[in-house]
Design a protein around this ligand. Structure first.
Ligand SMILES: [Zn+2]
Ligand SMILES: [Zn+2]
Length: 284
């Protein structure tokens, strides 16, 4: 299986898109501005959207995507795209976005009986199996109700874990202690200069990241995400000063993370394709 990083920035600028990951062809994890780089055919293949929380940088493409594929899905008789989110996140989306003012209610369009979107509540600890993928809902600690997600790449490989937006979060590490974590995508939204802002907005900065990573066992590929454009060097310089046993990388839009079964002995080599590509097998 393949995870494409469509966007991993904390804000927008040319070349910087907000958070979205595409798991194989049909599952989107968060729906930030990176979704806009998919072709119409690729957009039309998305059947599920997992939403970490209600903030705009993670949700704004849900409604735009629905609008793009509505006609095509209706013509093909396809079922609604299922939006999986906390009940409070669904309520926020309905109240503040799909309210007929900011955007139409696509959970009732093109028809009430056959809409293009369907909202399904999830809760921390839920494990869903969709299109052959097992996805678990993880806790997050943010200014609004929030979750992260873990995708199971199989017993041999372990889990691909995405924290979502979060400040310090003991419950996450409690759960991850019982899982084989292969890749951890963790936010570090602020540099240490802005530690106070990070605390207020329940994000991480390098010094708080250190305390979080100290709770992660073993030696894991850690990918830093949600850095604002123009602040990547400052944040990564702070991260690189931390002492820990993990392999740290800055996540890049366009990166593909392959989580497939690998049989060759070169599987522990970080493979660089035209777009950066990381194999889960790195950790075996
Ligand atoms: Zn947020
Ligand atoms: Zn965010």
């Amino acid at each position: 299986m393949m995870i494409r990083v469509l966007g991993c920035s904390g804000a927008i600028a040319a070349g910087s898109k907000t958070t979205s990951f595409l798991l194989d062809d049909s599952i989107l994890i968060d729906a930030g501005t990176g979704v806009g780089d998919l072709t119409l055919d690729e957009l039309a293949r998305i059947d599920h959207i997992f939403v970490s929380h209600s903030h705009l940088d993670h949700v704004l493409a849900i409604g735009l995507l629905a609008d793009s594929v509505l006609r095509r899905r209706a013509t093909q008789g396809r079922p609604p795209i299922v939006v999986h989110a906390l009940a409070s996140t669904i309520e926020a989306l309905r109240t503040h976005i799909f309210n007929g003012v900011i955007w139409p209610d696509f959970s009732r369009l093109p028809t009430v009986d056959a809409p293009v979107l369907k909202f399904e509540p999830i809760a921390v600890g839920d494990a869903l199996v969709l299109d052959g993928h097992r996805i678990e809902v993880l806790s997050a600690a943010h200014t609004v109700p929030a979750v992260g997600f873990a995708v199971d790449a199989g017993d041999e490989q372990g889990w691909w874990v995405y924290t979502g937006d979060t400040g310090p979060n003991p419950l996450l590490w409690e759960r991850l202690r019982t899982m084989k974590v292969a890749h951890l995508v963790i936010e570090t939204a602020f540099s240490d200069d802005e530690r106070r802002l990070a605390e207020l907005s329940q994000h991480l900065c390098p010094s708080s990241l250190r305390a979080e990573l100290a709770q992660l066992a073993g030696s894991v590929d850690v990918h830093i995400t949600h850095i604002k454009p123009g602040e990547v060097d400052a944040v990564m310089a702070g991260v690189e000063r931390l002492a820990h046993p993990h392999r740290i990388h800055a996540l890049h839009a366009g990166q593909r993370m392959e989580l497939g079964q690998r049989n060759d002995s070169a599987s522990d080599v970080l493979r660089q394709s035209p777009e950066p590509l990381v194999s889960l097998a790195n950790n075996l």
